[in-house]
Design a protein. Structure first.
Length: 500
């Protein structure tokens, strides 16, 4: 029996060593974290069969043989399942440790393409697992787009929604755009059916100006707006608005972790009329945050009605739209509309799966400070110092600051070398500080430089220095004529570095 121990910097590398040494069917017996990485103990799959064939020396009853064989089969299945779970754990879902999809470069590149757009590794692997054989990259990308569009549930008929009427309640966390979206929905209804059959309600009595903002929209549309503060007010208001074909409720924004969320859900469930709850999802939010929001508003609230659909907001601000599409696919949450800006009602579009998927892949990403370190490391050799400087200059002051921040270690090393090799570097720093604090005259600053040069050169310079002196005229705010400035530069003969 061949049992071996493999130690590597990470689990992915250790599993690679296992497969190379013992084949793809090797059985992982144990794994643990050790100093310097991960340790995996494994054995060949054939050795496991040898254990079964050589275990007992006596002849057991037939029933016992069946039991032993079944137990060994179960053990083998458990070990294989454990190995698969470990491989998934070590693979991860981020772009910094992308799993190898069977060593297929095309599938690996498509996986990166999907994850970069914001889709989860789980969904990406599922799609690529069903990718038809024989596709080149363009055909595979087309197939993936079509498959994603098919999986995104959408509201196909706005007319049916408005014809059904009743009560629509927009719910969701703070700042996702519920009030503006309420106005957009109201405007779309008014354009088709007129203002007489519509009313607006708001439960947002916490946010300053929330009721006033919705009232202004109501005045523009010619639609009545009422504010309610509790469940009793809501029941009374809805009872008074039974002559309206559609009532849209703008609810107070509430975090998915707020303990009062259940009270708001119960408030909507306590009315006599059925209420369609539409959850607003911020398209610019992280996928984990969106997943938590849906769980809180839909699954945790199932006894009181759950969520009927969603509206994706802030598409114009999203950089990884794939995250919100991944969430609605996972939870099978129908997307009613997509909000692309602040204008009422132009920036509210009926959701279309193909358009949303196309937008997810076309969203420009100029590079992120949150990009994984491995991707940044791979990108470094492709850009020399000149390219980095030109890129920073093209971005103006902000670009230069980002460049300095990214290269802080190199800048620090440069300063250290100057400090060690230049005679008057301390003087230069002192003059900078004086200039910032008291703005001394150029003559006084030049005198300090001359004195320092004479003092230092008498001790450190072996032969001579090159002295360059010039007077330049520079414009000064508030003065008609340019102001003369005297500049003197000393260069050491040993290293050519400027002394001052």
């Amino acid at each position: 029996m061949s049992v071996a121990k493999f130690v590597a910097a990470n689990g992915r590398e250790a599993l690679r060593q296992v497969r190379e040494a013992m084949g793809p069917d090797a059985v992982v017996l144990s794994n643990r974290t050790v100093e310097g990485g991960v340790e995996i103990v494994a054995m060949r799959d054939t050795d496991l069969g040898a254990i079964a064939s050589s275990a007992p020396a006596f002849t057991p009853p037939p029933a016992a043989v069946v039991a032993v064989d079944g137990a060994l089969g179960d053990l083998r299945g458990e070990l294989q399942t454990m190995r698969a779970m470990m491989e998934r754990q070590f693979s991860g879902v981020g772009t910094h440790s992308l799993p190898s999809l069977g060593g297929d470069p095309l599938r690996d590149s498509l996986f990166t393409w999907l994850v970069t757009a914001g889709f989860s590794g789980q969904l990406a692997r599922s799609l690529l697992g069903h990718l038809p054989l024989g596709h080149d990259r363009p055909a595979a990308m087309t197939w993936i787009r079509q498959e994603l569009a098919r999986k995104v549930p959408v509201l196909n008929d706005e007319d049916a929604l408005f014809a059904q009427g009743g009560v629509l309640a927009l719910v969701g966390p703070t700042g996702v755009g519920k009030t503006t979206t309420t106005a957009k929905l109201a405007a779309r209804f008014v354009l088709k059916h007129g203002p007489e059959r519509l009313a607006l309600l708001t439960t947002d009595t916490f946010r300053i100006g929330a009721h006033e903002q919705l009232r202004i929209y109501g005045d523009i549309l010619g639609v009545p707006v009422h504010a309610v503060k509790d469940a009793a007010d809501l029941r009374f208001a809805l009872a008074a608005l039974t002559d309206k074909h559609l009532v849209i409720i703008d609810t107070v924004g509430m975090s998915q972790r707020d303990r009062n969320l259940s009270e708001q859900i119960a408030m909507l469930a306590g009315v006599q009329a059925p209420v369609q709850r539409i959850l607003l999802l911020n398209g610019a939010s992280h996928g984990d945050t969106l997943n938590e929001v849906v769980h809180a508003y839909r699954h945790d609230a199932t006894p009181d009605g759950g969520i009927d659909g969603c509206i994706v907001s802030k598409l114009d601000e999203a950089t990884h739209l794939g995250s919100v599409l991944d969430v609605v696919i996972r939870h099978r949450l129908p997307v009613y509309y997509a909000s692309t800006g602040q204008r009422v009602p132009e920036h509210l579009e009926l959701a279309n799966g193909a358009s949303l998927v196309e937008r997810a892949f076309q969203t420009p990403r100029r590079g992120s400070v949150f990009a994984d370190a491995e991707a940044a490391r791979r990108a470094m050799p492709a850009q020399d110092d000149g390219d980095a400087t030109r890129a920073a200059s093209a971005g103006g002051a902000d670009g230069m600051l980002r460049s300095l921040t990214d290269n802080a270690n190199a800048v620090g090393d440069c300063v250290q070398q100057l400090n060690a090799g230049s005679y008057s570097f301390e003087l230069v720093r002192s003059l900078w500080q004086q200039r910032a604090e008291s703005a001394p005259s150029p003559r006084l600053m030049a005198q300090q430089v001359r004195e320092a040069a004479c003092r230092d050169l008498s001790r450190h310079c072996d032969r001579f220095v090159l002295s360059l002196s010039a007077t330049v005229a520079a414009p000064v705010a508030g003065r008609r004529a340019p102001r003369p400035w005297q500049h003197t530069l000393w260069l050491a003969d040993r290293d050519g570095l400027p002394l001052a």
